[in-house]
Design a protein around this ligand. Structure first.
Ligand SMILES: [Fe+2]
Ligand SMILES: [Fe+2]
Length: 480
């Protein structure tokens, strides 16, 4: 599909009102299932929802809440909304998907009674026993004429609403956060090397920015992890490990404090390398046995460095543990070798171990001096799964990143070259892409295409392409 025209309402990113409306909608949805409508909690939450509803309805005379390609919309506005949080939205949407329900539309002049009845109605839905037609029929018999159920098919035609412009905004913010994180890693490593104090507060702040960015739009940050040609890859590596770790942490439902500790630990996981000779860390050739022995000291050196240089608190303790354990495998092999007190690595260490290996193998800049395509890496890692990695976390990470991770270049059946923008978790083989070139050469105006949508049936991914082989530079596309 060609790039959508600019200027329509769908191009605008939603603000706080829309975000609050979504939050109050899903919170009320959850509450309505647990208590009756005289309950004080319900009354309060209903009031809260009504205020948000009225604010949106005043502008648009109706309120539509819909999900298009995993993005939340209020009317035609895409809203940054974390559905993995306490609102329980992700669970509701999973039920809606089962029913083929893509959204709901409520007329702006619907009365409080009608809205209350609607909540009672919609929360009584059981996805296994109902379908969309029977629900629409029941809605009519209930006399709820001010409410409409929108099928997934109907809202799917709105996929173009997720415009390049809206994505662009996310991407600009993501880029700022990513490079800020990389600068912080550099500062931390240089300070450690020169025996200067580490700016802990700044490090924590950047972790929080990463969390904020990832809860709104994870693909824009994941896309940046595909840039492999930084001058100093060590800094990019630690940033990538933090992005991936936090993505996984958000999906398993860690709260903000734990996420902050996880991101902090991820940024520090290889700090021990600062204490190794630079020639070794930057050695362009494959490691010999002696190099390996040297290299295997970095987890212990890292833990010691963290404990010596930082004020002791929960962040520091967890970071030291993760630095120490991130090369210890699920079966307790790996390094450092544990001779006594053989205990299982902690959750953070398990997460970091998976994403660290993925980044190291796909980059080809750490240990193995040859980069492998992400799908090859996942195959390799899944093969070693039970021995080396936690199988549940490994599978989840694979599902999130997808067959063709954001930021990879792929060849399409139409002989076009495209940059993967977002993984379609329901259809991992059909990501959302930006077509950047064809047999004629690089396109001046890239074409945005959701390969899961029927109009792109003739565009399938043939394979991932190695940018080096075609003398292409991923960063030119990702950062353009
Ligand atoms: Fe490491
Ligand atoms: Fe690492």
């Amino acid at each position: 599909m060609a790039k959508p025209e600019a200027g329509t309402a769908a191009r605008i990113l939603g603000g706080q009102t829309e975000e609050q409306l979504l939050n109050s909608f899903f919170v009320l949805y959850k509450t309505c299932r647990m208590v009756d409508e005289n309950n004080a909690t319900f009354v309060n939450q209903f009031e809260n929802f009504r205020i948000n509803f009225d604010m949106v309805a005043k502008k648009h005379q109706q309120v539509t809440i819909k999900i298009v390609a995993s993005h939340y919309f209020v009317n035609d506005t895409m809203v940054r909304f974390n559905d993995q949080g306490l609102s329980g939205a992700a669970g509701v949407i999973a039920e809606w998907r089962k029913l083929g329900l893509g959204g709901i539309r409520v007329a702006g002049d619907a009365s409080a009674d009608e809205i209350r009845s609607f909540f009672r109605f919609i929360t009584s839905i059981r996805p296994d026993n109902d379908n969309l037609e029977s629900l629409a029929e029941r809605l009519r018999t209930h006399g709820l004429t001010n409410v409409e159920l929108l099928s997934m098919k109907a809202v799917d035609t709105d996929r173009s609403a997720i415009s390049e412009e809206a994505r662009q905004r996310f991407r600009v913010m993501a880029r700022k956060t990513f490079f800020r994180a990389m600068n912080v890693v550099e500062e931390v490593m240089v300070s450690t090397d020169q025996g200067r104090d580490i700016n802990v507060a700044k490090t924590k702040r950047v972790v929080h920015s990463l969390i904020d960015q990832l809860t709104r739009d994870e693909s824009s940050l994941i896309e940046l992890t595909a840039i492999r040609n930084f001058d100093n890859y060590t800094y990019a590596h630690s940033t990538n490990v933090a992005v991936y770790s936090l993505t996984l942490g958000i999906r398993i439902g860690l709260d903000r404090t734990r996420l902050s500790q996880l991101g902090f630990a991820a940024l520090f996981h290889d700090i021990g390398k600062v204490k190794l000779p630079t020639d070794l860390v930057k050695k362009p050739d494959a490691f010999d046995e002696n190099d390996w022995l040297q290299m295997q000291r970095h987890p212990l050196l890292g833990a010691k460095t963290i404990l010596r240089n930082l004020k002791f608190d929960t962040h520091t303790a967890r970071a030291a543990r993760a630095a120490f354990e991130h090369h210890i495998n699920n079966d307790l092999t790996g390094y450092p070798m544990l001779h006594y007190k053989r205990r299982e690595p902690g959750l953070f260490s398990k997460i970091i171990s998976i994403v660290d290996t993925f980044d190291a193998l796909t980059s080809g800049r750490v240990y193995l001096k040859k980069n492998l395509a992400p799908d090859v890496v996942f195959k390799k890692m899944r093969y070693q799964m039970t021995v080396k990695f936690d199988p549940f976390l490994m599978q989840l990470f694979n599902d999130i990143i997808g067959t063709y991770p954001a930021g990879t270049l792929v060849l399409l059946t139409s002989n076009e070259i495209a940059l993967v923008l977002t993984n379609n978790e329901d259809k991992p083989a059909c990501p959302i892409v930006k077509i950047v070139g064809n047999t004629e050469g690089i396109l001046e105006e890239p074409i945005w295409a959701d390969l899961a949508s029927p109009e792109h049936n003739d565009r399938r991914v043939v394979r991932q392409i190695d940018p080096d082989r075609y003398s292409l530079n991923v960063s030119d596309f990702v950062l353009s």
